[in-house]
Design a protein around this ligand. Structure first.
Ligand SMILES: [Zn+2]
Length: 674
C-alpha cells in the first residue's frame, strides 16, 4: 500500500515555534506508523516563500529576500531534525521544480477558460495579505483580531480563477465522499460555506515582483493560494513524474483548522478543473493555545524557544506531550508546566519506571540474563490479551488521525504492566526456592513487555526504541510492528543492562525563567507538584528534594529497604503542635489524570473536609468509605491538581506496602489522637 501524507508549507516569516510543530510531529507519527506497517510512504513538508510580506521583512532587516528566507528555512529544517521528523522531501516554493509546475497549471487553466483577466478593487492589509470588502473593516482598519492595522484601497488588473463554476461539482463530491473533510464539524462548516456561494478567486498581482511570473503576462505574479497549494503535486513532479504516478492522490493533507477552507475548497476545485483526482482526506486539527486561552504566537510573547525546550526535555518528551495533549476536534493547551507534568507522570513515573524496575530485577535476580519462561498463569494470559487489544486500538486511532487516543490506549498497557509488577512481586518469589521457575516466567514477561513498548511507542517517540534495544542487548531489527503482539521473540540468554532512567524526572524550579510573571506561575505549580509528590509518598517527610521521593529504584531493593532512620528528638511541646484527629470517610473518588491520587470527603468534628491523598494505587475508593481514619487536622492546606487538600491521612508504609491507619471500633469523628 502507498501512503502520501503532507503538512502545509510553512510561512518562513519568522523562526518556527512549538505551536507550529504539532502538525509536523503528528504527520511524522502517522508516516512512521505506516512505514512500520510496511506501506510505501511519502511524507512531504516545506515552506511557502513567495509572499510579499517576506520581501518587506527582508527589507526591514536590510537583506535580500532570498538570502533572508534561506536563513529562516534553515531554522525550520534544523527544528525538524531536532524533532526527528522523517520527511522524505522538503519543498520550497522558490525552487525551480515548483515554479515550472505552477506556470504550466496557470497556463492550462487560462487556456481552458477557467482563469480570466479582470480588475480587482479592495481594502488591502499587507501584514495579513488579505483584501477586505468595505463592510468587513472595523473602524476602517483590518478586521483580523490579531492585526487591526491600517488598510489601503487598491485597484489593480488581476487574473481570476473561476471557483464559482465548479461549486456544485465540489458540493456533490463532498456529499458523495463523507470521509473527504474531517473532523465532521469541519466538513459541515465547509458545506455551509460553499452553499453560501463562492466568489471567483484573485490569483495574480501586479504590485510586487517577488514570486512566480505569469508566463504569458510577466507583469503579473501568481498570487498566494494557487501558488502554495500546488506544492503538493509539484513536489511529485506533476504531471509526468514517477513519484506523481506512484503517490497521487494523497492519503491525507494534515493542517491546522484555520486553513481547512483553502484545502477543502480552492484546492479541490483546482484539481477538478485540471481533471486530477482529489486527495482522499483533508484533516484539520485544533490549535495549541496558551494557558490564558490565546493562540501561541510570537506577537503575544508567549512563545518559548523550541530549540531550548528540546534541549531541556528531549525531543521524545516534547513529541509525546504535543501528541498526547491535542484531543481530536478540540484545541490543546500548551504551557511548560503542563509539559513537565506529562513528562513526570506519564514518561518518568509510568513508562520509565516500569522499564527501570523490570530491568533492575532481571539484573538482580538473574545476573542480567533473560531467563526461559515456563507456563503462563492467568496474569500473563490477561496481559497478553490486553496487549492484543491495545495494539488494535493504537492502530485504529492512528488510522483515524488521533494520536492522543492512540497514546491513551497505549498507556492502559503501561499501567497494567506496573500493576503486574506489584501483583507478581518478584522480590518475594526470589526468596522462595520453589518459585524460581515462576520468577523466570515473570522476568521473561518483563523483557518482552519492554520490547513491545518500544515497538508501540516508536511512531510517537522515535529515540526510545534505540535506547530500549541497547538496554535489551538486541538489534534495531527487533522493532517490528507485527511483533508487538508476540511474546516469544527474545531468546533466553540475552544479556540486558539496567541503564540510566529513560526519562529522568524534571523539577521545573531548577530553571531560571525569564519573565517574572511567569516565574510566579511556575513557582506555584512547582510547589503544587512537590506537595503532590509528598502526598504520593505519605511515609516521607517534607523538605526532601522531589526527585528523592520518586520511585526510580527497583522495588526489589525497596522491599528489602532499610527502615528509615529515626528522626531527631523533639519535645512534647513540639508533638503537641500536631493536631491528630479521627475522621470518618464519607466519600472517595479518583482524581482525574492522576493515577496515584484519591480525593476523600471526610467528616471531622461535625464538619466536612476534603483531603487529597496519594494512596490510589493501594486502595479502591469504595474500600475507604465508612472507615474511621486518622488525619493531621491542622496541616496547612495545599492545592493538589487544583483541589484544596485540607489535612493529611496517616498511613504506614514500607517497601511497596501501604496501610492507612484506621480504628477497629467506632469513635466520634473529631476525637483527638495523642
Ligand atoms: Zn491585517
Amino acid at each position: 500500500m502507498k501512503y502520501y501524507i503532507t503538512t502545509p508549507i510553512f510561512y518562513p516569516n519568522a523562526s518556527p515555534h512549538i505551536g507550529t510543530a504539532y502538525t509536523t510531529v503528528a504527520a511524522d507519527a502517522f508516516a512512521r506508523y505506516h512505514r512500520m506497517k510496511g506501506d510505501d510512504v511519502y511524507f512531504l513538508t516545506g515552506t511557502d516563500e513567495n509572499a510579499q510580506k517576506i520581501v518587506q521583512t527582508a527589507e526591514g532587516k536590510g537583506l535580500d529576500p532570498k538570502a533572508y528566507v534561506d536563513g529562516v528555512v534553515e531554522r525550520f529544517k534544523a527544528l525538524w531534525d531536532e524533532l526527528d521528523i522523517s520527511n522524505d522531501d522538503f519543498i520550497r516554493t522558490t525552487e525551480e521544480r515548483h515554479h515550472k509546475v505552477v506556470k504550466e497549471i496557470f497556463t492550462k487553466l487560462y487556456e481552458q477558460g477557467d482563469i480570466y483577466k479582470s480588475e480587482y478593487e479592495g481594502w488591502y492589509c499587507t501584514p495579513c495579505e488579505t483584501f477586505w470588502t468595505e463592510n468587513k473593516l472595523i473602524d476602517g482598519k483590518c478586521p483580523n483580531p490579531d492585526c487591526g492595522r491600517e488598510v489601503e484601497l487598491l485597484k489593480e488588473e488581476s487574473y481570476f480563477f473561476k471557483l464559482s463554476k465548479y461549486q456544485d461539482d465540489l458540493l456533490n463530491y463532498i456529499k458523495e465522499n463523507p470521509e473527504f473533510i474531517q473532523p465532521v464539524s469541519r466538513r459541515n462548516e465547509m458545506v455551509k460555506f460553499i452553499e453560501g456561494g463562492l466568489e471567483d478567486l484573485c490569483v495574480s498581482r501586479t504590485t510586487f515582483q517577488w514570486g512566480i511570473q505569469v508566463p504569458f503576462d510577466p507583469k503579473h505574479v501568481v498570487y498566494v493560494w494557487l501558488d502554495a497549494l500546488i506544492n503538493y503535486i509539484s513536489a511529485l513532479d506533476y504531471p509526468d513524474g514517477e513519484l506523481y504516478h506512484k503517490f497521487w492522490p494523497a492519503e491525507v493533507h494534515l493542517m491546522g483548522k484555520d486553513i481547512v477552507r483553502f484545502h477543502a475548497v480552492i484546492w479541490p476545485i483546482i484539481l477538478i478543473a485540471l481533471g486530477v483526482p482529489l486527495p482522499k482526506l483533508v484533516y484539520g486539527h485544533g490549535w495549541f493555545l496558551s494557558k490564558e486561552g490565546g493562540k501561541i504566537s510570537k506577537s503575544r510573547g508567549n512563545v518559548q524557544d523550541s530549540f531550548e525546550l528540546i534541549n531541556r526535555y528531549g525531543s521524545d518528551a516534547i513529541r509525546y506531550f504535543l501528541l498526547r495533549e491535542m484531543q481530536v476536534g478540540t484545541d490543546g493547551t500548551y504551557s511548560e508546566d503542563n509539559l513537565v507534568d506529562r513528562l513526570n507522570s506519564d514518561l518518568a513515573n509510568d513508562l520509565g519506571n516500569f522499564v527501570s524496575r523490570s530491568l533492575a530485577m532481571i539484573v538482580k535476580y538473574r545476573g542480567g540474563i533473560i531467563p526461559q519462561a515456563s507456563e503462563d498463569t492467568a496474569l500473563e494470559a490477561e496481559l497478553k490479551t490486553l496487549c492484543q487489544e491495545v495494539k488494535a486500538q493504537v492502530e485504529e486511532r492512528l488510522e483515524a488521525h488521533d494520536p492522543a487516543g492512540a497514546l491513551e490506549n497505549l498507556w492502559r498497557f503501561v499501567s497494567r504492566l506496573n500493576k503486574y509488577v506489584d501483583e507478581t512481586a518478584p522480590w518475594a518469589l526470589a526468596k522462595q526456592e520453589g518459585e524460581q521457575a515462576r520468577l523466570d516466567t515473570v522476568l521473561h514477561t518483563f523483557a518482552e513487555a519492554i520490547r513491545i513498548l518500544a515497538i508501540l511507542s516508536a511512531p510517537f517517540m522515535p529515540k526510545l526504541p534505540g535506547k530500549i534495544v541497547r538496554l535489551l542487548g538486541v538489534e534495531e531489527g527487533f522493532i517490528r510492528w507485527e511483533d508487538a503482539s508476540r511474546w516469544d521473540i527474545l531468546e533466553p540468554g540475552i544479556q540486558v543492562e539496567k541503564g540510566e532512567p529513560l526519562f529522568p524526572r524534571v523539577d521545573l524550579s531548577q530553571y531560571d525563567l525569564e519573565q517574572e510573571s511567569k516565574k510566579t506561575v511556575n513557582e506555584i505549580n512547582t510547589t503544587e507538584k512537590m506537595n503532590e509528590t509528598i502526598a504520593q509518598a505519605p511515609n516521607q517527610v517534607e523538605g526532601k528534594a522531589p526527585d528523592k521521593l520518586v520511585n526510580t529504584e527497583a522495588p526489589a531493593q525497596e522491599a528489602e529497604a532499610e527502615f528509615e532512620p529515626i528522626k531527631d528528638e523533639i519535645s512534647i511541646d513540639d508533638f503537641a503542635k500536631i493536631d491528630l484527629r479521627v475522621a470518618k470517610v464519607l466519600a472517595a473518588e479518583k482524581v482525574q489524570k492522576a493515577d496515584k491520587l484519591l480525593k476523600l470527603e471526610i467528616e471531622v468534628a461535625g464538619k466536612p473536609r476534603t483531603i487529597v491523598s496519594g494512596i490510589a494505587q493501594h486502595y479502591a475508593p469504595e474500600e475507604l468509605v465508612g472507615k474511621y481514619v486518622v488525619i493531621v487536622a491542622n496541616l496547612k492546606p495545599v492545592k493538589l491538581r487544583g483541589i484544596m487538600s485540607e489535612g493529611m491521612i496517616l498511613a504506614a508504609s514500607h517497601g511497596t506496602v501501604l496501610e492507612v491507619l484506621s480504628l477497629d471500633k467506632e469513635i466520634a469523628a473529631g476525637a483527638r489522637v495523642k
